[in-house]
Ligand binder design. Structure first.
Ligand SMILES: [Zn+2]
Length: 214
């Protein structure tokens, strides 16, 4: 009985080599020249792009890259457009801790995986807390360097929410370091961008960094 169920799992029909006929699946159409570019890279890497396992790889890689780079189609500031003034006199910092993210480095197009902690000290307005993660995503789903990602997220919150202070700390591992080059798995890189009160006031800075776990 169990076997029969397993045999008939929904989705099985779609996992074969025909799974990306664009007209049926509605998946993004990948132009031939893009597929050819990926085949060229496969050949360059020592592979045979015509072998069975790699037949649909160019399409999959191309679609995956559209997803990795979704941020190009997003205006990060738009996530901060809806602001709430009714904060009940709350004047302390707001912190979203250890938000996982994935990005790709612009030098090797290798994955960057890490977490970000984002804090701000509201002046008179706050945003829905998930919006901070959305801003992070809009910037991380592009080709990046960690330093720029950190400051872009901080600057976007600073410009659009106009708080007293913003602090962004990112810890990440870089595929171009762990999987190639010096090959140092487990080594994380930390970058921070502090603006306003968090930069100028020693006590605020200490408080936010210690709440973030530093
Ligand atoms: Zn790199």
């Amino acid at each position: 009985m169990t076997d029969k169920l397993a045999d008939g799992l929904p989705g099985d029909d779609f996992s074969g080599p025909d799974d990306d006929d664009e007209s049926i699946t509605g998946k993004l159409l990948v132009p031939d020249e893009v597929q050819e570019a990926i085949r060229t890279l496969l050949r360059w890497s020592g592979e045979d792009p015509s072998r069975e396992g790699l037949i649909d790889t160019p399409k999959r890689v191309a679609r995956a890259w559209k997803e990795y780079c979704q941020g190009y189609g997003e205006n990060p500031a738009a996530h901060l457009a809806r602001q709430f003034e009714e904060v009940g006199g709350y004047q302390e910092l707001v912190l979203l801790k250890h938000i996982p993210f994935q990005s790709h480095c612009e030098h090797h197009m290798a994955p960057i995986t890490g977490t970000a902690s984002i804090a701000y000290l509201p002046r008179d307005k706050v945003v829905g807390i998930s919006k901070l993660a959305r801003v992070l995503n809009a910037f991380s789903r592009r080709l990046q360097i960690q330093e720029r990602l950190t400051s872009e997220v901080a600057q976007c919150i600073w410009d659009n929410l106009k708080p007293h202070g913003v602090a962004v700390v990112i810890e990440a591992q870089h595929g171009c370091m762990t999987g190639r080059g010096v090959r140092t798995p487990g080594v994380g890189m930390v970058t921070s961008r502090l603006i306003g009160t968090f930069l100028e006031d020693h006590r605020s800075r200490k408080e936010v960094l210690s709440l973030m776990g530093f």
